[in-house]
Design a binder for this molecule. Structure first.
Ligand SMILES: Cc1ncc(COP(=O)(O)O)c(C=O)c1O
Length: 364
């Protein structure tokens, strides 16, 4: 078995004990509260990891893009939720090919998207599950609740080869576990009235799908929500940690990098820049830098070029030398994974798994 020291850098490594614990904790939580779990695979992008989530009780998995759905067929998921409006004939044709192999569900927010999906499903002789997307505060996609939601639900229900299953939403405006309770209460009230209104109008709302990582373990407080789609929880990242939604010890993924220059005083250059981490800043506004060094908390990844990470080591007691290695927890793990060909699963000092990131770059 390969020792971690033998890995070339930069490398994205995942501590398998932590990942297993993260997966088990959410599986146990959702089972205890009777919540369906449909994890978003945008974080890991690896069919083998989706399979693990399914083995632990997930009812299906979520993707954003048709290309990701094609890759995730390999996970054997009994259902693929495309939580993104699918627009254009090319994508619809590919989605129908996916639907020949497993049940497909799509969340959408416009009558035109529903009509085109219905037409494609009719031509393909298949039925697609549909969730009406509602905006609960992020202002990204999703209709307002009230008459616009009712109209969308009626259109979906009326159209052939579509099966209205309920509603979907993404509470991406709730970023901090500490401030989540009032926001979750407002979300709970909004959903309660929206779902009750749809039911009074005669719609059967069997799925109420939401739930992201930051407020994951408070999902049971949102009354009508019966399904969650967290993605980041499998690895967690600096954003999740600083949001208060996990401990530092729950961050499973990090970048292993090598110091390649110490020519400038007070600074070390590592072989990992924006092409390794992405340029995502921390979502907590007062946090500086592009990552966190768990073994050297005083070091700061202050700046990046494509292949160079500028580490401010002025406050670090022990000197950094060329050839030293450092581990950095990225601000946002999902975008970092997308930049890597493979992920190394390590247990202790040993590399136990090497996964190809099969859905990386599947933007279409
Ligand atoms: C539609 C949708 N559902 C679920 C998620 C998963 O949320 P998180 O990354 O907080 O786990 C995302 C994340 O961007 C999303 O866009």
């Amino acid at each position: 078995m390969m020792h971690i020291e033998e890995l070339d850098t930069p490398a994205l490594i995942v501590d398998l004990d932590i990942m297993d614990r993260n997966l088990a904790r959410v599986a146990e939580y959702t089972a205890r509260h009777g919540l369906r779990l449909r994890p978003h695979t945008k974080t890991h992008k690896i069919p083998a990891l989706a399979r693990r989530q399914l083995e632990l009780g997930a009812i299906g998995v979520t993707v954003a893009k048709v290309g990701e759905a094609e890759v995730m067929l390999e996970s054997g998921s009994p259902d693929l939720l495309v939580a993104y409006p699918v627009i254009g004939q090319r994508k619809l044709d590919r989605l129908m090919a996916v639907a020949e192999r497993t049940q497909v569900t799509v969340s959408l927010d416009s009558e035109v998207t529903a009509r085109e999906l219905s037409q494609a499903a009719r031509t393909a002789g298949t039925t697609i599950g549909v969730l009406a997307e509602i905006d609960v505060g992020l202002g990204r996609v999703g209709v307002e609740t009230g008459p616009r939601l009712s109209n969308l639900a009626s259109e979906i229900s009326r159209l052939p080869n579509l099966c209205f299953q309920g509603v979907a939403f993404y509470p991406g405006h709730i970023k901090s576990a500490g401030h989540a309770d009032t926001a979750l209460q407002a979300l709970s009230d909004k959903l309660d009235s929206a779902v009750s209104e749809l039911e009074q109008q005669g719609f059967e709302v069997s799925v109420v799908s939401g739930g992201s990582t930051p407020a994951l373990f408070r999902s049971h407080l949102v009354r009508r929500m019966n399904e969650i789609r967290p993605g980041t929880y499998i690895f967690n990242d600096r954003n999740t940690w600083l949001s208060g939604a996990c401990e530092l010890s729950d961050c499973a993924a990090s970048i292993l990098a090598t110091v390649v220059s110490t020519a400038v005083k007070g600074q070390a250059i590592i072989d990992a820049g924006s092409k390794t981490f992405s340029s995502d800043r921390c979502s907590q506004e007062d946090a500086q830098g592009f990552g966190y060094f768990p073994d050297a908390p005083d070091a700061e990844l202050a700046k990046m070029n494509e292949e160079h990470g500028f580490v401010n080591v002025a406050a670090v007691v022990k000197g950094w030398r060329v050839g030293d290695r450092a581990r950095i927890i990225p601000n946002h793990i999902c975008v970092a994974v997308n930049l890597h060909e493979r992920i190394y699963g390590v247990r202790g000092e040993h590399v136990e798994e090497i996964w190809e990131v099969k859905a990386r770059g599947k933007l279409q």
